[in-house]
Design a binder for this molecule. Structure first.
Ligand SMILES: Nc1nc2c(ncn2[C@@H]2O[C@H](COP(=O)(O)OP(=O)(O)OP(=O)(O)O)[C@@H](O)[C@H]2O)c(=O)[nH]1
Ligand SMILES: [Mg+2]
Ligand SMILES: [Zn+2]
Length: 216
């Protein structure tokens, strides 16, 4: 019975995600769903990406958090339209939450790129489609190299994996080659970037790649 209920929830979500997907496609906006465990650096990556692209790309942001508006305030400071979703305890965003806030952003056809920052959680955000063009996963070096095999779904569902905080490599025993190997064994098409949102290393390459995906 429990399994059946969960399946129904996911089915209903998929239907709403497909409606979002159609809205995004009709408007010609590229939508990126950014996921990671808490504190891996999602908002930092958004800030870095926005600074690189904002002169040439019209960007909007949806921030998902259990509570608070800190992340939305960080994006607002960059002069980018942003709306904050508070899930009130929910540990992931679902498609309906996205539908509900679209009216609080500029009209979609006035955006080239919509970035959705999911709730910090390595597990269920990967299960819920939002209508995005691609999922991007961050893993920070400090989280350790065992994560791909322990939390496989997010690696399997993502188009790109951003390995963040590489400035911390000298202070950890994290084997970055193992992360690459295990991630690619789960998802051979995964595009992997190594960045530091602190020093800016690797950000240019990442931002250039994002720019190539945006339909103009
Ligand atoms: N050393 C180092 N610290 C970083 C880097 N990127 C982010 N941080 C720090 O990591 C902490 C968390 O960064 P956020 O960008 O807020 O992480 P987040 O994934 O958005 O966090 P939640 O939204 O709470 O899940 C902050 O103190 C950042 O300054 C990095 O590349 N290197
Ligand atoms: Mg954040
Ligand atoms: Zn959840």
């Amino acid at each position: 019975m429990k399994v059946k209920v969960v399946a129904n929830i996911l089915e209903a979500n998929d239907r709403i995600a497909a409606e979002n997907r159609k809205k995004f496609r009709d408007a010609g906006v590229f939508v990126m769903n950014v996921m990671s465990g808490p504190g891996a650096g999602k908002t930092s990556l958004l800030e870095r990406t926005i600074l690189k692209l904002k002169d040439t790309v019209r960007i909007g942001v949806i921030e998902g958090d259990i509570a608070g508006a800190d992340d939305a305030e960080r994006i607002d400071r960059l002069g980018i339209p942003v709306v904050q979703i508070n899930t009130g305890g929910g540990c992931h965003l679902d498609a309906n939450m996205i539908t509900d806030v679209l009216a609080d952003l500029p009209p979609l056809d006035e955006l080239d790129l919509l970035i959705i920052e999911n709730v910090g959680n390595l597990v269920c955000p990967a299960e819920f489609k939002l209508g995005e063009d691609m999922k991007v996963m961050l893993l920070s070096i400090a989280e350790g190299h065992d994560k791909p095999l322990k939390y496989p779904m997010m690696f399997q569902e993502s188009t790109a994996l951003v390995l963040n905080k590489i400035d911390l490599l000298p202070y950890t025993d994290t084997d970055i080659e193992k992360i690459r190997r295990d991630s690619l064994s789960l998802n051979p098409n995964l595009k992997i970037f190594e960045v530091s949102c602190k020093t800016g290393e690797g950000i240019a390459e990442w931002a250039q790649w994002v720019q190539t995906l945006i339909k103009k």
